[in-house]
Ligand binder design. Structure first.
Ligand SMILES: [Zn+2]
Length: 111
């Protein structure tokens, strides 16, 4: 965790970047989100401090890719202000692209 990616794309200066995690922090998403074939429906701040951005539940390991934290907001800008207030062990989820985000405990309690 807390690994930065080698990435040649532009990133915000640390002076203007509001998150405690750096803009180049490696976060997990799916190929579909990265290619914009699907929208993020779950944004999770894992208990260990890492971040996960998924478009569906039935992903497999082969679907997952690592990208810079900052590039998530190029894909889904509306998450930016919301994630500033999202502590570890919490997630934001929505039912469909464009829907309202709701907060939940993460990982979800299983009974
Ligand atoms: Zn990058």
């Amino acid at each position: 965790m807390n690994k930065s990616l080698r990435c040649n794309r532009p990133h915000s200066s640390p002076d203007t970047w509001p998150f405690s995690d750096p803009p180049t922090l490696a976060v997990i998403t799916t190929r579909e989100v990265l290619s914009r074939a699907a929208s993020i429906l779950l944004a999770a701040h894992e208990p260990d401090g890492s971040w996960t951005f998924l478009d569906r539940d039935d992903w497999t390991q082969d679907d997952l890719v690592m990208i810079c934290f900052e590039h998530i907001f190029e894909i889904e800008p509306e998450l930016h202000p919301l994630l500033l207030r999202l502590p570890t062990g919490r997630a934001l989820a929505r039912d469909a692209p464009g829907g309202a985000w709701s907060a939940l405990s993460w990982p979800p309690m299983t009974t």
